[in-house]
Design a protein around this ligand. Structure first.
Ligand code: SF4
Length: 456
């Protein structure tokens, strides 16, 4: 008889898309008797959902896989699986490098996780597993990275983490082929989910008590599931119980006037757009294949701010891209001063084999990359701080998330503009929408006092 009290330790690396994929795989594994545990020692199955966007993310995963080798020796029945982008990229190489891994599932095969785990369980139960840790062709190994644009696992509701905010993927993959990015190679071409599946999942999340929904995709603006993304967003905005609605990520080339109008006219659509620019000089943007210019981007920002006056804009930036000079960096610093982003997530360019940029000449050395990153962060941090200081003495609506990690008397929440707010805890509960008067501003957060508790 199949055991229904098995424990799953799930480790997730990388972006929100991976978080959502992990929740979906946990939903599938729940159907065959797995519940989540925080304790790897207690687990019957350890599943690592991986990222390969930067080399550091891969190093972390290999470190983690190595640490589980001793655990596998102590507990031979333990199943260890690797899924996600790095699994897609490495395939059978992962087994060669770490033969104690039992299965490797690519991004298009995550919907197969329960079937694969069940087949491994059955092999173990029948005691016909030919285990030989030095033999990567052992029959106990499963490697499936066959179809990078495989089926979307829609038939299961995810096992969601958290209580207040959650992600709902609306599309998978990317067609853009930015020259530095490995995503189109490890997540395949764009596939959009059907609107009715998305609506059903949003309603289910609301029924579970979630107040804030973030629609997710590598490039949500090119959603093509039978309606435009703007239409989809408006339809989700009208689902009863959705208190806040967000989306990410948007490619600037696809952010339409229709979408800007939908945000401006939305009821629960938050006034926050994460709009990765990646760089602030035309020369580098062209080399990145971002297919817009600095001027296009600035015009787009003007249009957004005209339609949604209090919008908060955040971005991603990469420094140290091949061919970057100090003059390019200066242009980018000027660009940052011109746009006045609320925040920017800054990254050092990481060479990914298989992408065009990995073979570009004039790769930038590490010391220069770090110097340029510091310069970029210094300018952006000054802007972020000034933007946050402008909010002192104003009252903002905050969705309460719960106690802070370091002090249970302090609660955290987020504004509609996605700024983190800390405040002294009174009667509030996670999921409440409250008014907070901002009293202090820092670069990455605001502090405040609860103003008036509202019944929404
Ligand atoms: S839009 Fe560019 S950076 Fe974003 S996932 Fe696609 S290829 Fe990567």
């Amino acid at each position: 008889m199949r055991r229904m009290d098995k424990k799953l330790k799930l480790l997730t690396y990388g972006c929100q898309m991976n978080v959502a994929d992990s929740e979906r795989m946990a939903g599938l594994l729940r159907q065959i008797g797995y519940t989540l545990t925080d304790d790897a020692d207690d687990a019957d199955l350890i599943l690592i959902n991986t990222c390969c966007v930067r080399a550091t993310a891969e190093d972390k995963v290999f470190g983690q896989i190595g640490r589980f080798k001793a655990l596998k020796r102590l507990k031979p029945s333990l199943i260890l699986g690797v899924a996600g982008c790095m699994a897609q990229k490495e395939g059978a190489n992962l087994i060669k490098r770490a033969p104690h891994v039992d299965f490797v599932l690519g991004t298009g095969q995550s919907c197969e996780v329960a079937r694969v785990v069940q087949s491994l369980e059955e092999m173990r139960n029948a005691q016909c597993v030919m285990r030989n840790d030095s033999d990567s062709t052992s029959r106990s190994h499963v490697v499936d990275v066959s179809n990078v644009s495989g089926d979307i696992p829609v038939e299961v509701f995810p096992l969601r983490g958290g209580h207040v905010s959650t992600f709902v993927p609306i599309m998978y993959g990317c067609n853009n082929f930015c020259t530095y990015c490995i995503v189109p190679y490890v997540r395949g071409r764009e596939r959009s989910r059907k609107p009715e599946e998305i609506f059903a999942e949003v309603k289910q999340a609301v029924a579970e008590g979630f107040k804030e929904i973030t629609l997710l995709g590598q490039n949500v603006n090119s959603y093509a599931g039978g309606m435009t993304f703007a239409e989809l967003l408006t339809a989700v905005d009208n689902i009863a119980g959705v208190e806040r609605l967000r989306f990410m990520t948007s490619h600037p080339k696809d952010l339409s006037d229709e979408l800007i109008a939908a945000i401006a006219g939305g009821r629960h659509i938050c006034e926050h757009i994460h709009l990765p620019v990646q760089y602030g000089s035309d020369k580098i943007l062209k080399r990145m294949n971002r297919v817009y210019t600095v001027e296009n981007y600035l015009r787009l920002v003007e249009k957004i701010r005209a339609a949604v006056p209090h919008v908060s804009l955040t971005t991603d930036l990469i420094v140290g891209f091949p061919g970057e000079t100090d003059d390019d960096l200066q242009e980018t610093l000027e660009f940052l001063r011109a746009v006045q982003f609320d925040a920017a997530f800054t990254f050092i360019y990481s060479k990914r084999s298989g992408t065009p940029a990995a073979t570009f000449p004039a790769q930038v050395d590490d010391e220069t990359k770090h110097r340029r990153l510091d310069a970029l962060m210094k300018v952006q941090n000054e802007i972020s701080l000034a933007k946050n200081r402008a909010l002192v003495d104003s009252t903002v609506e905050v969705l309460v998330e719960g106690a802070s990690k370091t002090d249970d008397k302090i609660f955290t929440g987020r504004t509609r503009s996605n700024k983190l707010v800390l405040f002294a805890h009174g009667d509030e509960r996670a999921g409440d929408l409250i008014n907070v008067k901002i009293t202090q501003a820092q670069t990455w957060l605001l502090k405040g006092e609860v103003h008036v508790l509202q019944n929404f």
